[in-house]
Design a protein around this ligand. Structure first.
Ligand SMILES: NC(=O)c1ccc[n+]([C@@H]2O[C@H](COP(=O)([O-])OP(=O)(O)OC[C@H]3O[C@@H](n4cnc5c(N)ncnc54)[C@H](OP(=O)(O)O)[C@@H]3O)[C@@H](O)[C@H]2O)c1
Length: 168
């Protein structure tokens, strides 16, 4: 099973502010939806609660990580660790599991992920949650698709894909 992370971050690595994302880029949301469709998505409890409507994203296996013993969300798995989340994905015969944030879960995921889908938003913003640095001695940029002059986005951005070096 490939372990992937998917995120959008500014040049200064901001991913969130006050429990939300401080930008609106519909095309990036579509990219996220398309990329993760049909797969397992693994997230921290705060990211799950950041959804506009707090319910599982459709047509995906939603796995929420929390330390709260009795937490339940209809239609989602709730587990106590990233390892337990990955076990559920493997048990479901998943081929590619996606860690979808936020900061706390990306930090753990950085050590074990094979692949990172990172939308780099070409601006610097103030935020309170961050994506970890991508060390170019460990990660290789395998794809970069720049989007400029998107009329529905205030900022230019690039769909980057990074893969861990030395995997094959
Ligand atoms: N730009 C992007 O691509 C993107 C993607 C996702 C999220 N975000 C943003 O990121 C922000 C949220 O990130 P965050 O770092 O504050 O929260 P988070 O990582 O989504 O969730 C944190 C929660 O996960 C649980 N948790 C964390 N580590 C754990 C561990 N080792 N074992 C068990 N449970 C653990 C805890 O839940 P309990 O408190 O219930 O124990 C913790 O409070 C929001 O602003 C959101 O909009 C941005």
């Amino acid at each position: 099973m490939t372990i992937s992370m998917i995120a959008a971050a500014t040049e200064n690595n901001v991913i969130g502010k006050d429990g939300d994302m401080p930008w609106h880029i519909p095309k990036d949301l579509k990219y996220f939806m398309r990329t993760t469709l049909g797969h397992s998505i693994i997230m921290g409890r705060k990211t799950f609660e950041s959804f506009d409507v707090i319910k599982p994203l459709a047509n995906r296996t939603n796995i929420v990580i929390s330390r709260q013993a009795n937490l339940q969300y209809p239609g989602a798995f709730v587990v106590a660790s990233l390892a337990a989340a990955l076990d559920i994905a493997r048990a479901n015969q998943e081929l590619e599991a996606f860690i979808i944030g936020g900061q706390q879960i990306y930090q753990m995921g950085m050590n074990i992920a094979d692949k990172i889908y990172l939308t780099r938003i070409h601006t610097e913003l103030v935020g309170d949650t961050f994506f970890p640095n991508i060390d170019p001695t460990i990660w290789q940029l395998t794809s970069a698709n720049p989007i400029t002059n998107d009329p529905r986005s205030k900022y230019d951005y690039t769909f980057n894909v990074w893969e861990r070096k030395g995997k094959d």
